[in-house]
Design a protein around this ligand. Sequence first.
Ligand code: CP
Ligand code: NVA
Length: 312
Amino acid sequence: MKRPEDLLSISDIADGLPALLARAETLKRLRARGRSPTPLKGRSVAMIFEKSSTRTRTSFEVGIHDLGGEALFLSAKDLQLGRGETIADTARVLSRYVDGLVYRAYRHSDEVELARWASVPVINALDDLEHPCQIVADLLTMRERWKGKFRGRRLAWIGDGNNVLHSLLLGAAAVGLDLVAATPEAYAPRPEIVTAARALARASGAALELVHDPAAAARGADALYTDVWVSMGDEAEAAQRQAAFRGFQINARLLQTAAPGAFVLHDLPAHRGEEITDDVLDGPRAAVWDQAENRLHAQKALLELLLPRPRR
Ligand code: CP
Ligand code: NVA
């Protein structure tokens, strides 16, 4: 697999996803036996977070440590970035100390700016446009449950046309997984992402469908996936979103219409009683805890892919 410079979008690793997922499965097995490889020995990774995080921060810190490296958590509030130092200057300075940068940003354009000026790889840990690390873990979770095969499976997204759906559209299209996404009309995914996903789908043979009816999307699906109605950064629109998304909920009734054995995904954190009900999230069909665990294994495979190279 060709090593990408950075991981800003999941499309940066579209060709390499099958090999990356296989490697993540191997790393998961090795870790269970206490035999994780240590390719990051003597290397450091700085993690800049502008927004809250439970899973991404912890799984990256533990994953970097497993691989023999050192993780530095840098809250954007505490950096001089929070007082107006530019992203370009921050990137140039941090690149002199560390071997990679993990960045959770409000704006995708800031991810691009950091990557432009950094001389070490930048990994997008979520922004307003994409959440690529999440989708590598999600594909790993589906692959485990479907015994390695995406072809002929159908995943239904119920909810917002947000960062997670954007990366999912691109990731599903890259691996040949059929995806039907039901969003309210006013919250459809961005057209430029849909165009890019359709180009990948043409090559892989995946079917991508965008609809506005959750029931139509869920019927016969092999897995259902949802995310919060109000993402970080969208708080000012909370009231109008609560109204627009009513009906876009994964509950027992909707799950009953999916294929027998269908499972439920959620990237978490969940807003219980909004996009998903307690009984589904706490029930036997929820794959969400495996999905959260798989962040660790997926990101270790990503770190291995992006970081082991001479410093530029
Ligand atoms: N799913 C996810 O990225 O969770 P955190 O916001 O807790 O990192
Ligand atoms: N769409 C959500 C994902 C959180 C992990 C957000 O951006 O807040």
